[in-house]
Design a protein around this ligand. Structure first.
Ligand code: UDP
Ligand code: MG
Length: 313
């Protein structure tokens, strides 16, 4: 039999946490009754430094039901860090781990189907959003742009896969060997290999509360995804530089020809234009290089990826 641990990252989720956990608990109970998972399977909630009632709610849930455990960060470390902490903790004794957002926008009713695929031999089962009409226009389109861009840059990602997925104990062990700081699970998990499966579902609106992903966090996640999975932007800079050089050579030949024909150019605007253009390209390029450099800096510092304040178990 399989021991399952459902991992739920939660950041200021007081409005939804209670009902979400109850629903997940019920789903687990049904699986227990049909003897697909062991009786000591549980739920692990990772409180990512919430400042509302999230932690007291977790304490209450734990008191009523010891199989519901909690991990509390010392401050907000971010969604990815919370997922990582949950996996790192659960991997000690669970056979399978399923991560799911606290707002249950990803359909928890698909959990039994995930377990089935695991039992059929899959080490990783992706939750894929076949329909995300309930997300805002902005979110849908920026997400699509991002997945498209990543694909163009040669990064394997499962389009519309969320951080709702099943990972076997072996898969998590493999994942934990990736010791990078700026973790981007959606990009890393497909690199693990193994036999994979997928379940599709419609993404529903949040049960309650507001999104915890500010625009800033979204942009941060996307930039981190790009810089940690591909160096194509650096190569693009090189080609951009090449292009600028070619243009300069062309311009030189043109100017020389015009000069030899006896028509010297006035040329203030063209001078200013190229000055600003090249200047802009250079600044942008330095910015991109800086982005990678800062990444290297963060990695060599080897700072902790999260700090645990309390562990209820
Ligand atoms: N979350 C987190 N830390 C953060 C931001 C979000 O642990 O800094 C959690 C949040 O509680 C939720 C999940 O990550 O369980 C997804 O966040 P949200 O639903 O707000 O994102 P969206 O669905 O809008 O992309
Ligand atoms: Mg959500």
């Amino acid at each position: 039999m399989t021991k399952l641990m459902i991992i739920v990252p939660a950041y200021n989720e007081q409005e939804v946490l209670q009902s979400s956990i109850e629903r997940l608990w019920q789903i687990e109970n049904e699986l227990k009754q049909s003897q697909q998972i062991t009786m000591d399977s549980g739920i692990l909630i990772v409180d990512d430094g919430s400042v509302d009632q999230t932690w007291p709610i977790i304490e209450q849930l734990h008191q009523k039901q010891p199989a519901i455990s909690g991990l509390r960060f010392s401050r907000n470390f971010g969604h990815q860090a919370a997922l990582l902490a949950g996996l790192t903790t659960a991997v000690w004794d669970a056979d399978v781990m399923i991560t799911i957002d606290a707002d249950l926008q990803d359909d928890p009713e698909k959990i039994p189907a995930m377990i089935e695929q695991y039992q059929a031999g899959c080490e990783i089962v992706y939750g894929v959003r076949s329909d995300r009409q309930t997300d805002s226009w902005f979110k849908r389109n920026t997400a699509e742009l991002f997945y498209g861009l990543m694909h163009k840059m040669g990064v394997t990602m499962i389009p519309d896969s969320a951080d709702f997925r099943l990972l076997s104990n072996r898969a998590v062990h493999a994942l934990l060997k990736y010791s990078e700081r700026g973790l981007f699970l959606r990009g890393l998990v497909p690199q693990l290999g193994f036999q994979t499966g997928r379940v599709e579902y419609r993404r529903t609106p949040r049960l309650a509360g507001k999104t915890k992903y500010s625009l800033k966090k979204m942009v941060g996640l996307a930039l981190n995804g790009i810089t940690s999975l591909t160096s194509i932007p650096l190569r693009l800079i090189f080609w951009l530089g090449m292009l600028a050089c070619m243009l300069a050579i062309g311009m030189g030949i043109f100017t020389l020809t015009v000069h030899l024909l006896g028509k010297t150019m006035q040329g203030w605007s063209s001078l200013m234009l190229s000055l600003w253009f090249i200047g802009g390209v250079q600044l942008m390029s330095i910015g991109v290089i800086g982005e990678y450099l800062s990444k290297v800096l963060v990695e060599v510092k080897h700072r902790p990826r999260f700090i645990v304040d309390q562990h209820l178990k």
